[in-house]
Design a protein around this ligand. Structure first.
Ligand SMILES: NC(=O)c1ccc[n+]([C@@H]2O[C@H](COP(=O)([O-])OP(=O)(O)OC[C@H]3O[C@@H](n4cnc5c(N)ncnc54)[C@H](OP(=O)(O)O)[C@@H]3O)[C@@H](O)[C@H]2O)c1
Length: 228
């Protein structure tokens, strides 16, 4: 039987790349987007792809509606919440508008955990909930600062994910916080060192190898541990 992945935030960038790679690996993929994405729809010719539109992870009603719609379907081996933003990331925390920093926190930290809370009942035995973090969210690696509100939002995601894993310590699945590398996307910019395909190949290999492992880990697209 094909393994099943749910990719959340798949319209472009890393989410889109992950869908392509999971399909290439023979997985059955469900992908969520806020608005229709022609690039995502084009991937349907590569394998079994189910697309759910109108899923904004900041919208609790949309997320709960999606969770309810999944209730009668088979479980997912991987639920991968990829969606994230870096709005005005270059503006220092002392000057970034409060509502912008708050929105970044909502999307990058709170909403992925709420999504995981809503969907964890649909994760298969030995499955994984993967949340897209960033090395910038590592507190111990932060020497020079920069990208303050984004950094803080990913550090908050890591903390919330460890709490989530702790609160579900008897669960039949594990939790991974993933650093995808520095990748050329709208968010990563043109100077980034990796292309989407290289990062997505690495991440899919890493999560396939970690199926069945419980607990909570922070790792990168090569499988290396990232310090908290
Ligand atoms: N690129 C890097 O170097 C890098 C490094 C470390 C971590 N990351 C993380 O990787 C993830 C993906 O980033 P990316 O580089 O692929 O960025 P991207 O190209 O800007 O794509 C961001 C994706 O997130 C979706 N999204 C944003 N807010 C959303 C919301 N409220 N609800 C649902 N979907 C939402 C976007 O959908 P729309 O098309 O609808 O806007 C888009 O699909 C993010 O969590 C980012 O923090 C990236």
């Amino acid at each position: 039987m094909r393994r099943r992945a749910l990719i959340v935030g798949a319209s472009r960038g890393l989410g889109l790349g992950l869908v392509a790679r999971f399909l290439e690996r023979g997985w059955d993929v469900t992908a969520t987007v806020r608005k229709p994405s022609p690039a995502l729809s084009d991937l349907a010719e590569r394998g079994p792809l189910h697309i759910a539109t109108g899923i904004d992870i900041d919208d609790d009603d949309a997320v709960l509606g999606f969770a309810n719609a999944c209730a009668d379907g088979p479980d997912f081996d991987i639920v991968f919440v990829v969606a994230g933003v870096a709005t005005q990331a270059g503006i220092p925390a002392g000057r970034v508008p409060r509502d912008v920093a708050t929105a970044v926190f909502q999307t990058n930290a709170l909403s992925p955990i709420r999504f995981a809370e809503a969907l964890h009942g649909r994760v298969a035995q030995d499955g994984l909930i993967v949340l897209m973090s960033s090395k910038l969210g590592s507190v111990s690696l932060n020497r020079g600062g920069g990208w303050g509100s984004y950094r803080a939002s990913k550090a908050a995601l890591n903390t919330l994910a460890r709490s989530f894993a702790g609160q579900h310590s008897g669960a039949r699945w594990g939790v991974l916080l993933m650093h995808p590398g520095w990748v050329r996307t709208d968010l990563g910019g043109r100077r980034a060192t990796l292309d989407v395909d290289t990062s997505a190949r690495g991440m899919v290999a890493v999560v396939e190898a970690r199926l069945g492992q419980r607990g909570c880990a922070f790792i990168d697209y090569t499988g290396a541990t990232v310090p908290w």
